[in-house]
Design a protein around this ligand. Structure first.
Ligand code: SF4
Length: 141
């Protein structure tokens, strides 16, 4: 049975929290998420969701949500920055850490949502670029 509620739009998508890939229906009113429902025909979840997938969507419209990179400047405060600047700052920070504390002072963590190819590149980046085996995946966290 397919109920529709006036003013509520339903969008089928995949939960982004972990690698299981549960199918969800996101209910929106205007630009706001008002609920998430499990997709009864989702091949990975068959109508079930964990608490994160079902209820943890407030961050999407939370006023504290980060919408652009922030870089800490000389005044000690975080300031909005472009992605190019933020990535340059991050790269310099990695290099400084390795110079000061050695190659095992850095650590790479892949997302549980990344495909094998991206995980392979992240592992190679850490092993070849920094010379460390300090790599992991957020699915273990
Ligand atoms: S198990 Fe939970 S977090 Fe993972 S995809 Fe399903 S609902 Fe999302």
């Amino acid at each position: 049975m397919n109920h529709t509620i006036p003013g509520i739009e339903k969008t089928r998508t995949i939960c982004g929290y972990c690698g299981v890939g549960c199918s969800v229906d996101v209910l929106t009113k205007g630009n706001r998420i008002v609920a998430i429902q499990p997709a009864m025909d989702g091949p990975a979840n068959e109508g079930a969701l964990c608490v994160k997938g079902q209820f943890a969507y407030d961050y999407v419209q939370h006023p504290d949500r980060l919408t652009q990179p922030l870089v800490r400047r000389a005044d000690g405060e975080l300031h909005p920055a472009s992605w190019d600047e933020a990535l340059d700052v991050a790269a310099r920070g990695f290099l400084r850490a390795v110079e000061q504390y050695g190659r095992h002072s850095v650590y790479g963590v892949a997302s549980g949502r990344t495909p094998n190819e991206a995980d392979y590149l992240m592992g190679k980046f850490m092993r070849v670029g920094f010379g460390t085996h300090n790599i992991d995946n957020c699915s273990r966290a």
